[in-house]
Design a protein. Sequence first.
Length: 257
Amino acid sequence: MCVNDVLAQGAEPLIFLDYVALGHNIPAKVEAIVAGVAEGCRQAGCALVGGETAEMPGMYEDGEYDIAGYTTGVVEKSKLIDGSKVKVGDVLVGVASSGVHSNGFSLVRKIVADAGLSYDTPIAEFGYRKLGEVLLTPTKIYVKQMLEVIRQCDVHGICHITGGGFDENIPRVLQPGQGLEIQEGTWEILPVFKMLEKWGNVPHREMFNIFNMGIGMIAVLDPSEADKAISILKDRGEKAAVIGKVTDKPGVNIVLQ
């Protein structure tokens, strides 16, 4: 999540630091956690240069742990992507997410508990994968793919879709008086979101205000650049499509199917 965040300003992550806290230090568990962080760093092209482990019995129960991370990225000031170039008529190129990523889990846990579900239950809609496995699908890291788009295209804005979904994240790159029109159906809403909506009886429009709904990253570009950006992303194994545009009507208008 950290490396995707700095990417939203056009920065390339250089280093990463992690922090692991747990009640009792079980070396094999810590090794597995750090191995996962290291794999994320490899995907992002940054170095895991250090970190800290804190053993705090009484603060954490057996089996519990907490993890935090920090990254430093770099971008030339002249190439900083801050949304100042975003204009009415620009299009939104959405890049597919891998799942829930790391947001909305307070609601996810409530939905699972209220529905009487078990995280070990195989779910038919998920190809009989266990519910917990699907929910914990690792967050997609977009660094190398999006940096190539930045190098080859004139990117006006980048949105990392995290907590607050479409409504809170995309408007951050807009100028005063600008708004968005997003067309549902231009990308695949993943089965995990459809099932959470069904199990929790969540209003469909509200889902876009909580989850990424299958779109983890958005590039805002002139329409003439859209096909090129999509081609770059697809060549790197990503699903991407134009999902909307910048308008002169403030607010986030999602045209629902």
